[in-house]
Design a protein around this ligand. Structure first.
Ligand code: G3P
Ligand code: CA
Length: 229
């Protein structure tokens, strides 16, 4: 059987099946896998008491019934919040513990200071071949590569300008750009330089098919059924 990242085209579930379930929850990741998604994407931040949790925003305001910065709350304070449909904000360890062996993971580091624990968890769960660590933050990607050169990393950008050069300098294998700015030229430039190209966040089937036709290696979508609709 092929590894999670060896498919011809990757359909990556953005914050899980986030169109259908509360984003970045175990329920959302489970649903994505049930829908046939081979890879889930998730966002990592650090709590006041130093745990890694899976949540997109800097604050809990949008996705939970609480208020305030993630970095200003302890894990137990965060766990008392409802992240939707009674779900709790998961820890990164919990997500790995629940789903390793069932999918690949695109782990987005949203802030500095998350690198060391993320790499330790990847190693502890035997997931080096099953993860790509991505970030908008170049320092995070540099640090991850320093800590563990074997982990595949990916640079996220919005516009794509200069991203091939930056990704190569950072030792990345992947570039992920907003799909509005993806071009055939960028795809071929990246791939000629040995990079894989992904786009975010693609929720329209025709758009997904068009991107596949210009040769992107994968799309990040809220809808794991995007290309089956
Ligand atoms: O991983 C790419 C994409 O998730 C970046 O945007 O804001 O959804 O984390 P965002
Ligand atoms: Ca993300």
């Amino acid at each position: 059987m092929k590894g999670f990242f060896e498919k011809d085209f990757l359909l990556i579930s953005h914050r899980g099946a986030s169109r259908y379930e509360p984003e970045n929850t175990l329920r959302s990741f489970r649903r994505a896998i049930e829908m046939g998604s081979g890879v889930i994407e998730l966002d990592v931040r650090r709590t006041l008491d130093g745990h890694l949790v899976v949540i997109h925003d800097r604050t809990v305001n949008r996705t939970t019934d609480g208020k305030g910065a993630v970095s200003g709350k302890t894990l137990s304070e965060l766990r008392s919040l409802d992240a939707g449909k009674g779900e709790r904000i998961p820890t990164l360890e919990e997500v790995m513990g629940n789903f390793s062996g069932q999918c690949g993971f695109v782990i987005e580091l949203k802030e500095k200071g998350t690198e060391k624990q993320t790499v330790s968890l990847i190693k502890a769960h035997g997931l080096i071949k099953d993860v790509v660590v991505v970030s908008f933050l170049k320092d995070c990607l540099r640090e991850v590569k320093t800590l563990c050169p074997d982990v595949i990393t990916g640079l996220i950008t919005v516009f794509g300008i200069g991203c091939v050069r930056s990704a190569l300098l950072l030792g990345c294998r992947v570039v992920a750009t907003n799909h509005h700015f993806m071009t055939r030229r960028l795809v071929s430039d990246a791939q000629r330089n040995g990079l894989l190209v992904c786009c975010w966040t693609v929720n329209d089937t025709k758009r997904g098919e068009k991107l596949a036709a210009i040769g992107v290696n994968g799309v990040i979508t809220d809808k794991p059924d995007l290309l089956r609709a």
